[in-house]
Design a protein around this ligand. Structure first.
Ligand code: GCW
Length: 720
């Protein structure tokens, strides 16, 4: 009943939309934009562009009636009307003439037994196929799951919105199968129950406020739509530094309301849990994972959750990490801890993500062999094979912590009999906190494409995490998103390219950064070539620019590591237990992680990768200081000394950040004023911050090394 009303409401708004479009002769200059629609703006196409879609069927038929399928049809009707100015009419399966037919393959076969997908459709994969059905031209959007149908609809809408392959939309030609690379494509939100978000830069939580679930969950539903549109199928709603109270029965009842608004979009809800819960809030005197009472506690808890949330996804666990309780309290292993929870979830089909971010933050920095980078591999590699089938080890992309550049974590190649997922950070904790432009897809692509040379064979990280290499039952991609109540979700309009890109890479890590940014820019700003080219180029350069005025040569972000992770603070990242970044002194700089003389971290990689990093001759310049300690006068492959490279890089980076202002100004009048002015102000701010960074790091290193800048810039007061 409710959904029929909703359908009518959608239809009404579509009809009104059409009426409105008829009144407006031509697309007006861009209207006010808040960013709330993200890349789902679906603005009216120009009459000329719309003509290319004239052959899109006039009707739509839905086979089945699940909430996800209904969402798919409503989305199609509404957005096609917005873009094309005409509304698809709903027909039943008895009259599928000239229709976009939506439904699972099994239902489609009942209608057209002869239609067979060209390949097996994996869960969530879809097939867009033009076909003559009962003598009339139809367009089929089909999949093996309801969710796949929804993804197929979003893909079709995206093509129309981007004006992609106009010829391909010719009803006779379209025949496209898309399959996700891996089953796990999730986001994590680090939301606290009081409404604050750890490392969130887009406003307060869309889920929680003052210790409760928000009464109005409109934004949570909109978020699920945004996620579904790029194929993301799971969302962990609370901070990995989990409040035990999340598991109180009364709270689960509240959380189930969030699951209700996710469900129509095929997004599974999951929770971060505190491993101490059985004791801290559960009434037991222990949380020892091997105690049968603890196992029973988790079983009952899981049963209770599934009673209220039948499609619940599972738990994320951060334990023995940064002060969190963990199995070490009882001399147990991460496998003991993960398995006790996994067994409680197993009968319901749930999974446990156990984070590999386990390290000692009271490390003795005087001991030059100590190295935080070694922790994940040291803790998890020996347990390979000890984890149950529904446990996934969630591994940060690099061995430290989302720095501006890190090598791929060696643990990706260190687990053969254990599921794994890569954890990428969409929220820009160490990369400018959404106040600096930093498009992270090129960085993620480098990691996903990094060849781990497993057993001497070429093996990119993307295949390891997808579970393809060692034939694991599951695996994939997790992104720490941290969207908030700000209208534009992440606090900065351009930062949304990272969320979009995460979803696209999780679906297909072989997509190029260029393709992803082109898609995002067209969807977000329209089809003006100047806008597309300018924004794409700025985004594609932005990571290198940020890296060059913060921490080049693999030195780490050089930010204030004990505080906000934003301002320059190179001294803070040394001489404390949280790990060592650069070991800079008067004679040299860099962390010696070699097998021969350093911490031995390089020894965690397969032999061919060891060869790459162990020798100074082979080690790439951009990771030199991550792996080696060298004198400031050491000559890079480029021929420059390390110190001169650092000076030049900071000056050049700050200049390039400043150039962003002029590049952006070329877009005045080509995009809406709101976003134009908002983003311009951000670039002006970033240019100033880049100078602060440049001067802080150059002065620091000049004082340490005593070596002047060849070009005479460092250490001299500014001339005006
Ligand atoms: O990078 C660090 C962050 C912490 C975060 C932790 C983690 C949620 O500074 O805020 O805690 O990583 O990933 O667990």
């Amino acid at each position: 009943m409710k959904s029929a009303r909703y359908t009518r409401a959608i239809m009404r708004s579509a009809v009104l939309g059409v009426a409105f479009l008829r009144l407006v002769a031509m697309p007006t200059p861009a209207a006010a934009e808040t960013g709330a629609e993200a890349w789902l703006r679906y603005s009216a196409l120009s009459p000329q562009a719309a003509r290319a879609y004239e052959k899109l069927p006039r009707n739509t038929v839905l086979l089945g009636e699940s909430p996800v399928l209904k969402t798919a049809q409503q989305e199609l009707i509404r957005d096609a009307a917005q873009m094309l100015g005409r509304s698809l009419r709903i027909r039943t399966s008895s009259s599928p003439q000239n229709a976009v037919i939506l439904g699972k393959l099994t239902d489609l076969h009942a209608l057209v037994p002869t239609l067979h997908a060209p390949q097996d459709l994996r869960a969530d994969g879809y097939w867009l196929k033009a076909a003559k059905i009962h003598g009339s031209e139809c367009l089929v959007v089909t999949a093996s799951t309801d969710r796949g149908v929804l993804y197929g609809v979003f893909a079709l809408l995206s093509k129309i919105a981007r004006g992609e392959s106009l010829a391909a939309i010719d009803i006779k030609d379209i025949d496209e199968v898309q399959q996700p690379y891996a089953p796990i494509r999730w986001v994590n939100q680090w939301d606290n129950l009081d409404g604050r978000i750890e490392r969130g830069y887009g406003g307060p939580s869309i889920f929680f406020t003052d210790g409760n679930v928000r009464s109005d969950l409109t934004r949570a539903g909109q978020y699920a739509r945004v996620l579904a549109s790029i194929g993301i199928n799971g969302c962990t709603i609370n901070n990995v530094n989990a409040a035990p109270g999340i598991l109180a029965d009364s709270f689960i009842a509240q959380v189930s309301r969030i699951a209700d608004v996710f469900r129509p979009w095929g997004v599974q809800l999951s929770l971060s849990v505190d491993l101490g819960s059985p004791k801290v809030m559960g009434g037991l005197d222990t949380f020892d994972p091997l105690d049968p009472r603890v196992a029973e506690w988790w079983r009952k808890k899981a049963d209770e959750i599934y009673r209220r949330i039948p499609d619940f996804g599972g738990f994320v666990v951060k334990a023995d990490s940064e002060g969190r309780l963990g199995p070490s309290t009882y001399g147990r292993t991460p496998a003991d801890a993960a398995n006790v929870i996994a067994r409680a979830l197993k009968p319901h089909g749930g999974v446990v993500f156990y984070r590999a971010f386990v390290y000692n933050h009271h490390l003795d920095w005087h001991d030059l062999k100590n190295d935080r980078a070694k922790a994940a591999y040291d803790n998890f590699h020996p347990l390979d094979g000890a984890f149950d089938d529904n446990v996934i080890i969630q591994i940060k992309n690099g061995p430290i912590d989302f720095q501006v550049r890190e090598p791929a974590s060696p643990l990706f190649a260190g687990l053969r009999r254990t599921n794994e997922a890569i954890e990428l950070q969409i929220t820009q904790e160490y990369t400018g906190q959404q106040r600096h432009l930093c498009f992270l897809i090129p960085m993620w692509k480098e990691v996903l494409g990094f060849d781990m040379h497993v057993d001497g064979n070429p093996v990119p990280v993307r295949d390891l995490v997808a579970g393809n290499v060692f034939h694991r039952p599951t695996g994939g991609f997790v992104g720490v998103a941290n969207v908030g109540m700000d209208a534009n979700w992440l606090g900065s309009p351009l930062a949304m390219a990272n969320l979009y890109g995460f979803g696209r890479l999780a679906w297909d890590p072989n997509l190029t950064a260029e393709k992803i940014i082109d898609e995002w820019t067209r969807l977000t700003f329209g089809s003006d070539p100047l806008v597309n080219q300018t924004i794409a180029a700025m985004q594609l350069n932005s990571w290198h620019v940020y890296e060059s005025y913060t921490g080049p040569l693999g030195a780490g972000t050089l930010t204030n590591i004990l505080g906000n992770h934003y301002d320059p603070g190179p001294e803070s990242s040394e001489e404390n237990g949280w790990g060592q970044w650069h070991r800079a002194d008067h004679a040299g700089i860099g962390m010696d992680r070699t097998i021969a003389t350093g911490t031995g971290f390089i020894g965690q990689y397969p032999p061919d990768v060891q060869k790459l990093y162990e020798s100074l001759a082979n080690c790439p310049d951009n990771l030199l200081l991550f792996f080696h300690h060298v004198p400031y006068t050491y000559a890079l492959h480029s021929g420059k000394t390390v110190i001169q490279h650092i000076y030049d890089s900071h000056y050049e980076g700050a200049k390039r950040a400043h150039d962003f202002i002029a590049q952006w100004r070329t877009l005045e009048g080509h995009i809406d004023d709101e976003r134009y002015r908002d983003i311009l102000a951000r670039f002006e701010y970033q240019a100033g911050e880049a100078v602060v960074w440049r001067d802080a790091i150059c002065t620091w290193i000049y004082r340490l090394s005593g070596i002047p800048d060849d070009k005479g810039r460092v250490g001299t007061p500014p001339s005006h």
